[in-house]
Design a protein around this ligand. Sequence first.
Ligand code: FO1
Length: 331
Amino acid sequence: MNAGTHAPRIVVLAGGVGGSKFVLGVREAARRRWPDADGGTRAEITVIANTGDDLWLSGLRLQPDVDSMIYALAGVNDAERGWGRAGESERVAAELHAWGSGWPWFTLGDLDLGAHVARTGWLHDGLSVTQVVARLASRWPLGIRLLPMTDAEVDTHVETEQGRMHFQEWWTRHRASLPARGFDSPGIAQAAPAPGVLESLAAADVIIFAPSNPVVSLGPILAVPGIDDAVRAAGGVVVGVSPIIAGAPVRGMADACLAAVGIEATAAAVGRHYGARDHGGLLDAWLIAEEDAALAPEIEAAGVRAEVRPLWMRDLETSAALADAALDAAS
Ligand code: FO1
């Protein structure tokens, strides 16, 4: 990436809350590096969002990761709770629960419900998922282009000792505490990347793997046939940010997901899981935390350039600094 001469095309692969925090940082870092006349950026930022978390509930289509991204970039998210809109009431959710509709452990806020009703209506009218996401994302000036990974419905399921369940049931009802034997997203092997996904990867100056869950956030994106090959073949630099710091996930319950698929919860093991592009893998560089500096030789031995940086995203400033470090690693 030649940062000096032209505003770059940046593509971020991202999942839920960690992904949206990181993308906020990318947008801010790009505004500072490549400002335009309107307080935005000349850089083109495309976010490819995980849709493996999606679900049907009470007859409505939910897309938690897409909505987290839109709400966070619009500044209307409930940052404390971690999902939904700030300041929303739950009157409709209480009615749904009273009717026995939906899941009692899964609460849909009233403002958030507006998005689900609108989305379901547009899908019913025959719009593709890509078109629906574009409509939802057009409500606020987000400063990025948001693409779903695929237009196909590929909800993730979990195999546990208590049977098979939707990922959201395992995650929110059981808080990932039921030992998982594995994850699968039926139909994903036949799914096609959404329009624009392969084109954006091919044209990117830099592709960044957000510090999102490697198994249930970035895993589904990379499992859509053609996406991993497009990353391998990309002319741009591929930089990943570790979602694991000192053996624990930055947020969420990624360690439970990693254990289920036999990957150790360390920054080195996740880096090796993605692998080096020089050896048929996906990464050129892997950002690890200062706490994990001792793992750098192990990562470099696998052929991936390890960069030690502060990874904690506490606020916009630290998210922007992390995004800046990822952009630097691509230079
Ligand atoms: N997470 C919860 O832990 N409890 C909930 O009741 C809940 C409701 C919810 C509603 C809409 C939505 O888009 C997301 C929601 N989430 C809730 C978050 C979500 O289950 C997960 O954290 C993500 O899918 C993981 O990335």
